[in-house]
Design a binder for this molecule. Structure first.
Ligand code: AVJ
Length: 333
């Protein structure tokens, strides 16, 4: 009898034996010690943050999710046909979350009787547990093996354990959190794990009316503010911080020259915050900002250039009718 496939692989323990918490503490101390304070957006997604992000995706102002939903719904036949043009493949979904959008493709691939298995990857173990259960109920015939961990570690694990052709999904404009150098480095790493015949489908938010973009990150119900502020709450919970949330406010602004939405947490008063996990105190001036996130918006030319610079050929650009969002299919030759 074949050994059963483990439904979830957890890579979240670091190779050097240090826990996620120790790394989190190091990153927070480094970020808050800078002249211009920063905290990394990768730490948004604890259980609370993942739930808040799901609420963001349901907001009428957060057009990104609906636009990409439209792209995938309108183009699902063509996309799925491209994926399966060469027999069996592993469908690897980086940052899968609740996979709401990927499910459009999963259903279509299943209907087209494509041969594939589904490997969602996410840093949220919680999200992967939910997704595994949801898919068992909704698409019981699709083979699923979730991987919990950072993208790079997961890719390494995939390299050793998944040997068939690979189709990598990087949806939702998740690439937008990286600056230019980081995104090139990231795509090069992905490329280094792929072979001729493999593919990458990458979702990108396109440049548009700045007011539309601003509203998406400044919703009137305050869900995005809560999502941003949860970072401080997480530091309080996991690192013994004593941030007073009322003393900070969410602020997000768009720079149309760079095409970057930037999010901040701004200290409303002069104050000190202690971090028990590091036994350190940080001072904030009144109106001093912590930079917490970048969300890049792209032109189609930039998107293709980015792929080209990292060894990919643009196979097809899929867009919604309004030209709001693009999912670019890159081929490896
Ligand atoms: C998940 C990175 C695509 O940048 O639009 C949503 C995260 N931040 N609202 C984005 C986010 C504030 C989102 N990404």
């Amino acid at each position: 009898m074949k050994a059963p496939i483990r439904p979830i692989i957890d890579l979240s323990l670091k190779a050097d034996g240090s826990t996620d918490t120790a790394l989190f503490a190091r990153d927070v101390v480094a970020g808050l010690s800078k002249k211009q304070k920063t905290l990394s957006s990768r730490y948004f997604y604890d259980a609370t943050g993942s739930k808040l992000f799901q609420q963001i995706m349901a907001l009428p102002e957060y057009y990104l999710t609906r636009c990409e939903f439209d792209v995938l719904t309108e183009q699902k036949q063509a996309i799925s046909a491209r994926f399966g043009s060469d027999g069996f493949f592993h469908l690897i979904d980086l940052g899968a979350g609740d996979a709401l959008k990927t499910k459009i493709l999963l259903r279509e691939l299943y209907q087209q009787q494509q041969e594939f298995d589904y490997v969602p990857v996410d840093i949220s173990g919680d999200a992967m547990l939910h997704l595994t259960h949801a898919l068992q109920a909704e698409l019981p015939k699709v083979k699923v093996q979730a991987v919990v961990g950072e993208y790079f570690r997961a890719l390494e694990w995939l390299q050793e354990h998944k040997h068939e052709r690979k189709v990598v999904l990087f949806l939702g404009s998740n690439i937008g959190n990286f600056n230019k150098d980081e995104s090139l480095a990231f795509l090069k790493v992905i490329r280094s794990y792929l072979k001729a015949g493999d593919k990458l489908l990458m979702g990108l938010d396109l440049r548009k009316d700045p007011d539309t973009i601003l509203q998406a990150y400044n919703d009137p119900t305050g869900v995005t503010a809560a999502f941003n502020l949860n970072l401080l709450e997480r530091i309080n919970r996991e690192l013994g911080g004593n941030f007073v949330l009322e003393n900070f406010r969410h602020f997000a602004t768009y720079n149309p020259l760079e095409g970057v939405m930037r999010s901040f947490l701004i200290s409303k008063v002069k104050q000190q915050v202690h971090l028990a996990a590091a036994d350190q105190t940080f001072t904030f001036d009144a109106w001093e900002a912590i930079h917490t996130e970048n969300s890049h918006k792209y032109t189609l030319e930039q998107a293709q250039e980015m792929g080209k610079a990292c060894g990919f050929r643009t196979e097809t650009v899929f867009q919604d009718q309004q030209g709001c969002f693009a999912d670019v299919l890159f081929a490896v030759e």
